[in-house]
Design a protein. Structure first.
Length: 556
């Protein structure tokens, strides 16, 4: 094996990518990401002890979050960037070590990750170390221990992504930093056995709820509560910029810098929900959404014709034909692409290279409006909107007009098996309502499913970052009807997963006590048979099967 990665749903053969990632990352990138994670755990061994002595270091805390975020699927494909982050990790870890050394408090018998230092920090030398620290490095490691350690690490990657988005907007919770580092350190501590690791995985879910609530507060405080909004799916004449990913502050700064320049801005993928925030409605040149799910971007970016701004994952390795039009920023990296540097001393990012490229471009090609699809789509059904009509919802439930809510949140992907989610949506009885968030919605959000007494049958809460809305609504409904458990509500869960943020959402649901979640199109490859059985026994998690069988089970 030249690499070993099984953190996403597309792991080869549902086992692992061992030569090159299905996502497109090379073995060098995969191995360097392993080394970065290894060092983040080494940093955490020290910060856990230093925190007990009163230590605080905002740079280290932020670096740990960004380091985890950088390694999620479809974010960073650049080995040079990975190598630089590894060098920084060594320097920051040694800074915390120096703090402990001054207080005669260095950990005794520390693991290698806490002390290793390269004699030569060239990329080649780092790779030589990287191939010895990956997931399968310890051949004698118990399979179930390895599985749980990976479940925790992968969940923490999702948590870090959400926490980093909140931090960008100035919202931070020191308890989240402390827990993240405690959990990372625990994954290389042999004192943590199976029972302790299972409990820790659920605690990742608890902190996931806390982190998603923080991000929800950051987004709604800064941009207002999403409201029902009709979004144009067609194109307008004139030069344009397409912005994809999840980072709303990047969108805000781009819109400010493109005002009165004759440039139209379109959202793509997970940026679609931005249209529902009141803040963004003041920008007349935010004209619509172009395209759909992340995995179609090779065709959609080609057709767009103008520059594309990737703010976070999910980036697909770009074709040479449009590579010069793709810009990245934040944790996103790919060799040879244009990069927009981070903010300096509170100043906004400088998007002038993107603007210059747009002014050289023609109007986008039409993709789906009119004869080839709907001309618009309605979004904006986050928690505030749903709770504003909760009496109407409860009346519909009590009258039998609504029999079930079906949570179909999570991720989309390119596998044919994901047609399952479209077929389930089309096959649901007319008295059901779909609650969704994340790019999974692109499998059914353009279907004409109608409404129930004015309540749309597809309620789109937003990005995967907005999954807190779905949990909040369920918790509020539980209180409203006096149910003892979330499992007593007329809500069923049919979740599509792809990457690490969806794993964190799954752990959050488990932490809230939700049972009988259907997960597909496959169960995660990083779950050993025994760990999967624990989840089945404790939470009744089950894989998706056939559309007919699952629909029957949902309404039994």
């Amino acid at each position: 094996m030249s690499m070993f990665c099984y953190q996403c749903q597309e792991a080869a053969r549902n086992e692992a990518c061992t030569v090159r990632g299905v996502c497109g990352k090379t073995s060098d990138v995969s191995n360097l990401q392993d080394l970065l994670i290894y060092l983040l755990k080494g940093i955490s061994v020290h910060t856990v002890k230093a925190r007990d002595l009163g230590w605080e270091d905002a740079e280290v805390d932020r670096f740990v979050l960004e380091g985890l975020f950088t390694t999620i699927t479809n974010a960073n494909f650049d080995p040079a960037d990975m190598a630089e982050r590894i060098r920084t990790a060594v320097a920051l870890r040694d800074r915390v070590r120096a703090y402990l050394a001054d207080r005669d408090a260095l950990p005794t018998d520390p693991p290698d990750a806490a002390v290793w230092k390269p004699e030569d920090d060239s990329q080649e030398a780092l790779l030589a170390k990287a191939i010895h620290v990956g997931i399968m490095a310890d051949e004698g490691e118990n399979e179930d221990i390895r599985s749980l350690r990976q479940l925790i690490t992968i969940g923490l990657k999702g948590l870090a992504a959400y926490a980093d988005h909140a931090l960008v907007l100035g919202y931070e919770d020191k308890a989240i930093h402390a827990f993240t580092q405690q959990a990372l350190a625990a994954t290389i501590n042999d004192a943590f056995g199976l029972n302790e690791l299972v409990a820790l995985a659920i605690e990742v879910g608890n902190h996931g709820v806390r982190t998603m609530a923080l991000l929800d507060e950051a987004n709604t405080t800064h941009y207002g509560h999403p409201e029902p909004t009709v979004v144009n799916l067609g194109v307008k004449p004139g030069p344009a910029i397409l912005i994809s990913g999840h980072d709303l502050l990047d969108l805000e700064e781009l819109l400010e810098q493109t005002k009165d320049k004759g440039i139209n801005v379109y959202t793509h993928g997970e940026m679609l929900p931005a249209h529902a925030y009141p803040f963004f409605k003041k920008y007349d040149h935010l004209v619509g959404n172009y395209g759909g799910s992340w995995w179609k971007q090779d065709k959609e970016f080609e057709a767009f014709g103008g520059p594309i701004m990737m703010t976070t994952n999910c980036l697909v390795p770009p074709k040479d034909s449009y590579k010069d039009r793709v810009f990245t920023t934040g944790v996103v990296g790919f060799p040879g692409l244009n990069y927009i540097p981070d903010r300096v001393e509170g100043q906004p990012k400088d998007f002038s290279p993107v603007i210059a490229k747009a002014l050289e471009s023609d109007s986008p090609q039409e993709l789906e409006s009119g004869a080839t699809g709907p001309s618009s789509i309605t979004i904006g059904f986050a928690r505030n909107t749903i709770m504003s009509v909760v009496d109407k919802v409860l009346e519909a439930i009590q009258a039998g007009a609504i029999s079930r809510f079906v949570v179909m949140a999570g991720c989309d992907g390119r596998q044919r098996a994901r047609q399952y989610f479209t077929d389930v949506a089309e096959g649901l009885p007319q008295d059901t309502v779909i609650l969704t968030a994340g790019c999974a919605k692109y499998r059914y959000n353009k279907l004409d499913l109608g409404d129930i007494g004015g309540i749309p049958r597809i309620l789109d809460a937003g990005q995967c970052n907005d999954s807190y809305s779905l949990a909040y609504v369920a918790l509020q409904l539980k209180e409203a009807v006096g149910a003892e458990s979330l499992n007593d509500l007329p809500i069923v869960y049919d979740i599509g997963w792809y990457e690490q943020k969806a794993v964190l959402v799954l752990l959050a649901l488990l932490a809230l006590g939700v049972k009988k979640i259907r997960l597909g199109p496959t169960l995660p490859a990083f779950l050993s048979p025994n760990v999967a059985q624990v989840l089945v026994e404790n939470f009744e998690i089950q894989p998706t099967t056939t559309v007919e069988a699952d629909l029957e089970a949902m309404f039994a």
